[in-house]
Design a protein around this ligand. Structure first.
Ligand code: CMP
Length: 665
């Protein structure tokens, strides 16, 4: 703090508290008191304001915030010179005008040079003088425009000396050559030209005119400016939209686009089409130039009888007819589909044809490559999915898997990825911790709403749990848990029905959306008390034993709630509920409240869909009164639970682990 800079109009302070706005934004100090010169200072201020960076898209991209922009304004003022900031309104409108003038020049110049002979008509001279003057002014403007550095985008060079050095080293020479009216200078320096011109067709005059024509072609080097402007504008106005934005992912892993995202998707598409449109325009421009060249060369040769113009008898035709045939010829070369009306007959024609074929075909190939790339990047997740499926198909064929298994694998893929493949772990891993948590919480909102255990829990607890969940899909008939094995995770059902199967094969009960299972083993540190089989396609979220214990250690009340439910479940399948009963009297009230809520939710869920018998609802009622005031059992140790569960679907975890791990931990 305390840095001071003295601009040409007055002092600018980064100084003490009184000079800083409430938000810490540096404020400009009032100009020093002195004899006011209202008119000149008003004009000066207006001009300087025009040269200052405004909060347009380019400035926001460069500086990121209004505060940084304000600082940049102060820095520019402090520089004290008449320097135009690259993010200023003046530069924006100047560039826009230059772009229009450039396009007009690059289209009109070749036509005028090739098809019109009135090189010395006042209209043509006026047009050339005007545009040359504007392009020369552009050079002056460029000398006074700050430079954005590629490697250090935050620092714009505002020192006129450095700007000049940079410009002289880069584009100055090309800009100068393309702006100087070399043709007119050449004509002026040919002193005897005007006398020769009296005899219009005198050989020397004609030669001089043709040379002047060739010199006027140097103006076409202005194309370099067009390329610069277009790429700069593309970078600022198209790139940010074009960068593939990741759709939010629903808990089931499918992408989800809220309204705002739909708009940005549309803009994304629009930007891709804008790029393709740019490419098409560039190709048409090259075709246009090539067409003009096709006519210019025979014209400069005086239309020899074996030239294509003479063969087509176009020497005296209207310019539009001449242009149309020339363009047709150029396009035929470009698209590699012929030579126009007749193949080349003269040596010059043949070389010209070759030249336009090589340049045209190269451009065409570049265009096709770019367009394919752009179109492909439109839907990369779908493309990735197709690639993955193709690979799996090849793998299945390579391993000669039985037809039925192939069918199941294909169905699994369809259900699990729904046509789009995301490296979700990578995407979420690139976000900040807070953002990652927010996205995961948002993705799991429907799960949290449907699981009564979560719906009534502390929001911090919910957040802690959901950030550690892993998305898994099981197919009908899959054994998710096998009785007697050691468990390493529990599951929350997002969608689907599972059967709790006893050792004798009897189905004790079924659980559906919003329920959870596999918790008893983690609570008791014993073996699985029953088997769990998927009845339908099941979208589950699993929680590993380590995370389970880590979270429940912080929320003992939730552990006891889970224990109450577990005890009731054990009771129902005829096993000893005291295996898990574990609480003190003072907890009983709060646990009761959660259990009542769970019961109410479960009962409500059991009434609505035909999802099979309710699991908890009615079963929990007797629990409310009893509330298990049993003796305390030792806390299960997480490290005793590390051995792997029976895993019915190795494919789901082993091979496609990347998008499988719905939430990186
Ligand atoms: P766990 O023993 O880890 O693995 C089998 C799971 O089946 C068990 O945890 C419980 O989550 C679940 N389970 C057992 N009995 C019932 C029941 N009566 N009602 C609902 N779920 C049960």
């Amino acid at each position: 703090m305390g840095a001071r800079a003295h601009g040409s109009t007055g002092k600018v302070h980064f100084g003490g508290l009184d000079e800083v706005s409430l938000y810490g934004t540096p404020v400009e100090a009032a100009p020093p008191p002195g004899p006011p010169d209202p008119k000149s200072s008003f004009l000066k201020n207006q001009l300087q304001a025009l040269f200052q960076p405004t909060d347009n898209k380019l400035a926001m991209k460069l500086f990121g915030s209004k505060k940084a922009l304000m600082k940049e304004r102060i820095r520019q003022k402090a520089a004290g010179h008449w320097v135009i900031h690259p993010c200023s309104s003046f530069r924006f409108y100047w560039d826009l005008c230059m772009l229009l003038l450039l396009v007009a020049n690059l289209i009109i110049l070749p036509v005028a040079i090739s098809f019109f002979n009135d090189d010395l008509s006042t209209r043509w001279i006026a047009f050339n003088c005007l545009s040359d003057t504007i392009f020369l002014i552009d050079i002056v403007v460029n000398f006074r425009t700050g430079i954005m550095q590629q490697d250090n985008s935050e620092q714009v060079i505002l020192d006129p000396k450095l700007i000049a050095k940079h410009y002289l080293r880069t584009w100055f020479f090309l800009d100068l050559i393309s702006s100087i009216p070399l043709d007119y200078i050449f004509l002026i320096f040919n002193q005897d030209f005007s006398e020769s011109f009296q005899i219009l067709h005198a050989g020397r005059a004609l030669r001089i005119l043709r040379l002047a024509k060739l010199l006027s072609l140097v103006r076409l080097l202005r194309l370099s400016r067009l390329v610069r402007y277009v790429s700069q504008w593309e970078e600022v106005y198209i790139s940010p939209l074009y960068q593939p934005r990741c759709a939010e992912l629903a808990p089931d892993g499918t992408p989800h686009y809220p309204d705002k995202d739909r708009v940005s998707q549309f803009l994304n598409m629009a930007s891709v089409f804008m790029r393709i449109f740019n490419l098409i325009c560039m190709m048409l421009l090259i075709g246009h130039w090539s067409g003009c060249l096709q006519f210019l060369v025979p014209m400069l040769q005086g239309f020899p009888s074996n030239s294509w113009v003479a063969i087509n008898e176009l020497q005296e035709a209207f310019w539009l007819e001449q242009y149309s045939w020339a363009l047709f010829k150029a396009m035929s070369h470009m698209l590699c589909i012929g030579y126009g009306r007749f193949p080349p007959q003269s040596l010059t024609d043949m070389w010209l044809t070759m030249l336009s074929m090589i340049s045209g075909a190269t451009c065409y190939a570049l265009f096709l490559g770019h367009a394919t790339n752009l179109i492909q990047s439109l839907d990369s997740s779908r493309r990735q999915y197709r690639e993955k499926v193709k690979q799996v198909e090849e793998y299945m064929a390579y391993r000669k898997l039985p037809r039925e298994m192939r069918q199941r694998i294909t169905e699994y893929f369809e259900h699990r990825y729904q046509g789009k493949f995301f490296d979700e772990e990578l995407i979420l891993g690139e976000l900040s911790e807070k953002l990652r948590e927010d996205v995961i919480n948002y993705n799991c909102r429907s799960l949290v709403a449907s699981v009564p255990f979560f719906a009534n829990a502390d929001s911090n607890f919910v957040s802690d749990v959901v950030t550690k969940l892993r998305y898994e899909v099981f197919q009908p008939g899959d054994i998710i848990i096998k009785e007697g094995t050691i468990g390493s995770k529990m599951y929350f059902i997002q969608e689907g029905i599972v059967d709790i199967v006893m050792a004798n094969g009897e189905v004790a009960t079924s659980l559906s959306d919003g329920s959870y299972f596999g918790e008893i083993c983690l609570l008791t540190n014993a073996r699985r008390v029953a088997s769990v089989r998927a009845e339908t396609y099941c979208n589950l979220f699993s929680l590993s034993v380590d995370h389970f214990n880590a979270v429940l250690d912080q929320y003992p009340l939730m552990r006891r709630t889970m224990e109450s439910v577990a005890a009731e479940r054990l009771n129902k399948i005829g096993k000893n509920p005291n295996l898990v009963a574990h609480r003190s009297e003072e907890d009983a009230g709060s646990i009761n409240a959660v259990v009542v809520a769970l019961a109410a939710e479960a009962e409500h869920a059991s009434r609505s869909p035909d999802r099979g018998p309710p699991s908890l609802g009615l079963a929990l009622r007797p629990l409310q009164a009893a509330a298990f005031l049993g003796q305390r059992l030792p806390r299960p140790k997480s490290d005793n639970n590390v051995s792997a569960d029976h895993d019915p679907q190795p494919l789901a975890r082993g091979f496609f682990h990347k998008s499988d791990a719905a939430f990186p931990q």
